[in-house]
Design a protein around this ligand. Structure first.
Ligand SMILES: [Zn+2]
Length: 299
């Protein structure tokens, strides 16, 4: 029977070193989730401007690819060593459930728990030297693996000591984790649906008629983007973007009388500050922020 060995723990906990020095005899394919994360982030592009949700999605995608390759290697008859952080029981259970569904395999885990001194030593060897508080925080996040999660053996590695640590079986951990995973998946599905609907709505704005409000003279017309363009309107999608500050004028009015102009020429920073707006401007800004939905029905 093939063996799958997880080596888990914080950054700079010594996972790679441990694999090279203690698990070299396993003759296993090593799959490090970090490589998958780097690849997904590269595909995503700008890592500096990534939102929390995008980051979550990237990590999720990396895990999916990592898991996929683990299963593939096991199916080909290879032993596998998988490097992961795996602080949370639910992340481990998501893997184990899927693997156990596919095949019969022996699963072990080594939890890297170096002393603070050792961690600092490791961290210095790397380029990304971090504060010891980072490690202490990550240590607190670690939910120590429980046999109920489906491990055949659980080891704790403290510096150079390897200790078999099989805590009392706690089935409630698994129950709770599965419930959290279900909730997480529901949330993701809803978010995807919302995103999809929004994209469809934005797409439809190219062809459907919608309300065009001139913020200067108050004129309003229920027309398509093409008709608005021909009539000289400055309006998304041809000018600017829905939901972002920009001029909203008919063909007869001037850019210089818009909220956009005021914010860019009179405000210290080109940011809308609600308190500095007149009641009329507040209405205009509310409508812009709520686009394109705010343009579908007459107000
Ligand atoms: Zn006008």
């Amino acid at each position: 029977m093939q063996k799958l060995t997880f080596v888990i723990g914080a950054n700079a906990a010594g996972k790679t070193y441990f694999i090279e020095h203690y698990l070299a005899n396993e003759k296993a394919v090593v799959l490090d989730v970090y490589d998958y994360q780097q690849k997904v982030y590269d595909e995503h592009g700008n890592k500096e401007l990534i939102t929390f949700e995008e980051q979550f999605r990237c990590l999720k995608k990396a895990n999916e690819k990592h898991l996929h390759d683990i299963i593939n290697e096991l199916k080909q008859g290879n032993n596998v060593i998988a490097e992961q952080t795996f602080f949370k029981a639910k992340r481990r259970i998501a893997y184990i459930d899927e693997i156990r569904n596919e095949m019969d395999v022996k699963i072990e885990v080594y939890v890297m728990h170096p002393s603070n001194e050792r961690w600092i030593e490791n961290s210095k060897k790397r380029e990304d030297i971090k504060n010891i508080e980072v490690y202490e925080n990550q240590k607190k996040q670690m939910e120590f693996p429980n046999p109920a999660e489906g491990f055949d053996a659980i080891f704790e590695v403290i510096d150079d000591e390897i200790i078999l640590r099989m805590d009392d079986i706690k089935p409630e951990i698994v129950k709770q984790a599965r419930q959290e995973l279900t909730e997480e998946n529901t949330r993701i599905r809803r978010e995807d649906e919302r995103e999809h609907k929004h994209r469809q709505l934005i797409e439809s704005m190219n062809t459907r008629p919608f309300w065009h409000y001139c913020e200067v003279c108050g004129k309003k017309e229920f027309i398509t983007a093409k008709e608005a363009l021909d009539a000289g309107w400055d309006y998304p999608p041809h000018f600017g973007e829905f939901g972002l500050l920009g001029p909203r004028t008919c063909g007869n009015c001037s850019l210089k009388d818009t909220l956009f102009w005021k914010v860019h020429t009179e405000f210290p920073l080109p940011i809308v500050i609600n308190e500095q707006l007149t009641p009329e401007e507040k209405i205009i800004w509310q409508r812009i922020k709520a686009e394109p939905e705010s343009l579908l029905e007459e107000k």
